[in-house]
Design a protein around this ligand. Structure first.
Ligand code: AMP
Length: 184
């Protein structure tokens, strides 16, 4: 049986956001994945930053594994031309399949769905369910309010200091590549 390439799960927006920097970074993502021989695991849609990440990975020749619940196939324009496409019954199942098929998690700018996905893997890490590395790609300081919120939660005594150690903040795709290269 062939061994699977190291797999990077990307959580990110189903919209593109205001700053062009978000889509630009998403477009740099694919070449990084292909250069390193890594596989992209993502939400299988063709919209927003999510679509950009997948297109750039495909164009660069990186393997892509998409996971989408059947009720979002139309809304998120589920891609039928991915190397692997898994269609799930529920959102929970989607997150589980994405997580179990990945070695590391990267969070690009996104909205409530992205936050949900980030907090799920963070809380699983907090209670010792896994030790997969989690990276926040803090493009133009996008995630600073989230980091401040986590610091506030810790400062107010609702989480241990260690919560902050369960994710790593990187500011550029180059820095992300280096960080991932050290662990994959
Ligand atoms: P957003 O960050 O809101 O643009 O959403 C990014 C992705 O997260 C989209 O593919 C959403 O379908 C997905 N998403 C939204 N809510 C959830 C959830 N509760 N569980 C899993 N995925 C979700």
């Amino acid at each position: 049986m062939a061994t699977l390439p190291p797999s990077v799960c990307v959580f990110c927006g189903a919209r593109s956001g205001i700053s062009p920097a978000y889509a630009e970074a998403a477009r740099d993502f694919g070449p990084m994945m292909a250069r390193r021989g890594w596989r992209l695991v993502y939400g299988a849609g063709d919209i927003g930053i999510m679509g950009e990440v997948a297109r750039s990975a495909q164009q660069a020749g990186a393997p892509v594994f998409g996971v989408i619940p059947k009720h979002l196939m139309a809304l998120e324009v589920g891609r039928l031309d991915l190397g692997t496409l898994v269609i799930t019954e529920t959102m929970h199942e989607r997150k589980k399949v994405m997580f179990t098929n990945s070695n590391a998690i990267v969070v690009l700018p996104g909205g409530a769905g992205t936050l949900d996905e980030f907090f799920e893997v963070l809380t699983w890490r907090q209670i010792g369910l896994h030790d997969k590395p989690i990276y926040l790609l803090d493009l133009d300081g996008f995630w600073q309010p989230l980091i401040a919120l986590v610091d506030h939660v810790i400062a107010q005594g609702f989480a241990a200091e260690s919560l902050r150690e369960f994710f790593v903040v990187v500011e550029t795709v180059d820095a992300l590549e280096k960080a991932l290269g050290d662990v994959l």
